[in-house]
Design a protein around this ligand. Structure first.
Ligand code: NAD
Length: 459
């Protein structure tokens, strides 16, 4: 039986030993983690298949490959990233050398969701370690096979005073949140995000919240319908629609809606066959609770494609709903499943009325050939991140910060942004001793005008 306070005490002691401040120590750990993950590639695919029938291809593309990229980037750049960064001195501090030191926060808690259970646990962990922190990871209880494997991999690479995975449900997470951490990184739902923020506030612990929301996809009447449909189907139904940045619903120009729905049906059949239930590439809903939640969303709606459900197999086929009311259950919260509502617009006001009906979303997609319209739209609406003429792919560029805004979250990570998230930036000035102008010292008499002139000249 793991004692959470004892584990945290051991991690506190280890952090105090200053060992994690050694860059080579971190690089060695990251290299060992990479080797262990690579040795377990097949086991990772098997675990995800057991958990929700995720295909090997999708596991490689959306979990394994991205984790290895984060590890490679951190291993290659860590020495540079962690060096004190010299910045230009200010005339007000002259003579001086000015620096930003990157300091690990200390003891980090990472709470992960189930939908990309490997990626969303390990990607933040890599950058937390790279930045010199210790980590307690709480993987999701809904993906038992992947979570067990995560625990096994981490325990074979790290001493528990550096990194430990503690499996468990909300109760375990509550016990973890009752401790005083130096940083909390949470990925999951908005409702649990609020609980995490409240627990963090008690100790003034800084927190990153990677949450969800209803991410819209606007399609105007200038687009290539076939290409748009293909890219939309891929982004919506990847991972069985259980993706935080999946396009939640479509808003399409009314002129082309009927034709577009026809093309969507063809593209879905091309990707998953006439019967997606037998497709090896189409995952299942994670559990009965989510299956039942999603099944209810179909009731009373105009289902124009799909709608096949099978509770014993936790199967919901790719489904299209035409023109649901904004007050309907399917338009009331993030769908997080393979159900795509299609709404239409005739004017910009129609689009505003739909998008501003919701909290700020995590992702935003606009398909158009009209660059002026695209730029106006991107500036008008607030959202975490987005893509023009495709879906999801902004997640794949490590140079782009990934995170939400408002109800879709706070803070960001990926690549160097992740290293920065887990590092406190200490401002340090080394003051020269060879000159010490008398200007700043009292008595101030007759000095004010001269100080004003200096500020005017240099600001
Ligand atoms: P969830 O919020 O139910 O669970 C996430 C984690 O929180 C799990 O580890 C769970 O055990 C823990 N938890 C549950 N109840 C808790 C409580 N009362 N106190 C403390 N911890 C608790 O989310 P989920 O169902 O695993 O994931 C789906 C949600 O996550 C969706 O809303 C999705 O949009 C969002 N998500 C966001 C991102 C992102 O990067 N922004 C990525 C994936 C998923």
């Amino acid at each position: 039986m793991i004692s959470i306070p004892n584990i945290l005490a051991a991690q506190k002691d280890f952090f105090a030993s200053q060992k994690t401040k050694e860059v080579n120590f971190r690089i060695d750990l990251l290299k060992a983690l990479k080797t262990e993950i690579k040795n377990n590639e097949q086991s990772i695919c098997d675990a995800l298949k057991k958990d929700f029938k995720k295909s090997e291809f999708e596991t490689f593309l959306s979990e394994f490959g991205l984790v290895i990229s984060e590890l490679n980037l951190a291993i290659k750049n860590l020495k540079t990233w962690s060096k004190p960064e010299r910045v230009k001195p200010s005339v007000l501090t002259f003579p001086s050398s000015d620096y930003i030191y990157k300091e690990p926060y200390g003891n980090v808690l990472i709470i992960a969701p189930w939908n990309y259970p490997f990626l969303l646990a390990i990607a933040p962990l890599v950058m937390a370690i790279a930045a010199g922190n210790t980590v307690v990871l709480k993987p999701s209880e809904l993906t038992q096979n992947t979570s067990k494997l995560l625990t096994k991999i981490l325990s074979s690479v790290f001493p528990k005073e550096v990194v430990i995975s503690i499996e468990g449900d909300a109760e375990t997470a509550t016990q973890l949140l009752a401790q005083k951490w130096d940083y909390i990184f949470f990925t999951g739902s908005v409702s649990v995000g609020k609980i995490v923020a409240k627990a963090a506030a008690k100790h003034l612990t800084p927190v990153t919240l990677e949450l969800g929301g209803k991410s819209p996809c606007i399609i105007d009447d200038s687009v290539n319908l076939k290409l748009t449909a293909k890219r939309l189907v891929w982004g919506k139904f990847l991972n069985g629609g259980q993706t935080c940045i999946a396009p939640d619903y479509v808003i399409i120009h009314s002129k082309i809606k009927a034709e577009f729905i026809g093309i969507l049906k063809v593209e879905i059949a091309k990707m998953y066959g006439e019967n997606p239930k037998v497709s090896p590439d189409f995952p299942r809903i994670i559990n009965r609770k989510n299956f039942q939640r999603l099944s209810v969303l179909l009731k009373g709606e105009s289902v124009v494609f799909g709608g096949d459900i099978n509770e014993s197999e936790l199967y919901i086929s790719p489904t299209i709903i035409d023109n649901p009311s904004l007050k309907s259950p399917v338009m009331s919260a993030e769908i997080f499943g393979p159900i795509l509502p299609i709404l239409s617009y005739n004017s910009e006001k129609d689009i505003e009325n739909i998008i501003w009906n919701f909290e700020k979303p995590l992702a935003f997609y606009v398909f158009s050939k009209n660059s002026k319209y695209i730029q106006t739209t991107l500036k008008k609406y607030s959202f975490g991140g987005g893509v023009i003429n495709d879906t999801l792919i902004h997640f794949g560029n490590q140079k782009l910060p990934f995170g939400g805004v408002g109800f879709s979250g706070m803070g960001c990570y990926h690549g160097k942004h992740g290293f920065d998230t887990f590092s406190h930036k200490k401002s340090i000035i080394k003051r020269g001793t060879w000159l010490d102008p008398a200007l700043r010292y009292p008595p101030y008499q007759n000095k004010l005008n001269f100080v004003k002139k200096i500020f005017k000249l240099f600001s």
